[in-house]
Design a protein around this ligand. Structure first.
Ligand SMILES: [Zn+2]
Length: 63
């Protein structure tokens, strides 16, 4: 759905970095982007690399 505000494992706030990561991901190396954003722990890195943003698709359906 939406990227968690904090890392699920360690609690570091990462939600504010998601849009920047997504924009740069289109033509950049994910390793360099994560290093540049200051995401060092592998729990946080896996959160960014494996996240599927389905908020727009889910928003089409009513409750
Ligand atoms: Zn983490």
């Amino acid at each position: 759905m939406i990227i968690p505000v904090r890392c699920i494992s360690c609690g570091k706030p990462v939600g504010h970095l998601w849009e920047d990561f997504q924009e740069r991901r289109e033509d950049g190396d994910p390793k360099e982007i994560l290093d540049d954003l200051g995401i060092e722990r592998y729990c946080c890195r896996s959160l960014f690399l494996t996240h599927a943003d389905l908020a727009a698709k889910a928003a089409k359906f009513k409750k």
